[in-house]
Design a protein around this ligand. Sequence first.
Ligand code: PRP
Length: 178
Amino acid sequence: MEKDIAKKLFSEEEILVRVKEVAAQIDEDYKGKHPTLIAILKGSILFYSDLIRNMKTDVVLDFMEISSYGNGTTSGNIKFIKDADFSVEGKDILLVEDIVDSGKTIDYLIKALALRKPNSIKVCTLLDKKEARKVPVEINYSCFDVGNEFVVGYGLDYAEKYRNLPFIGVLKEEIYKK
Ligand code: PRP
């Protein structure tokens, strides 16, 4: 897998340092609360597990799956695959994403969950690709900004590959322009 990486962006160590900072910030903001952290599968899985294990807050874990990319590199239609297990009504919901790109996925999710009357909904993302935004969305917690490059690793894939790379890197163009 590593041979397909053009450039490393964030090492395993750098990611953990930043994830711990964000976890501490979330702990501070949710003092006395019992938030439900919803991981948006599958890309967020590594980030989510590092985030929750570094938080001190008593959290409820839940999972949703939305597909917006298929096997390509540009956003297409959003497909709803798995709903949350628990009721959202009256809860403090924190959506955990690996990347906010066009913003369409998170915008769709926020609107869909808002109809279920949560007490609050916030967004935590590992990566924020601001340059690619097509829909304005409010991001409450973000670990790193990335440019308009194709990033993989630490949960992020290209055609379901590279998710288990421990670092985040830019994929060589020749891989996805084949
Ligand atoms: C990715 C990512 C976000 C979404 C961001 O999911 O995890 O959910 O795309 O893109 P957007 O801001 O343009 O909507 P993907 O559908 O690739 O699924 P995955 O998490 O299983 O890789």
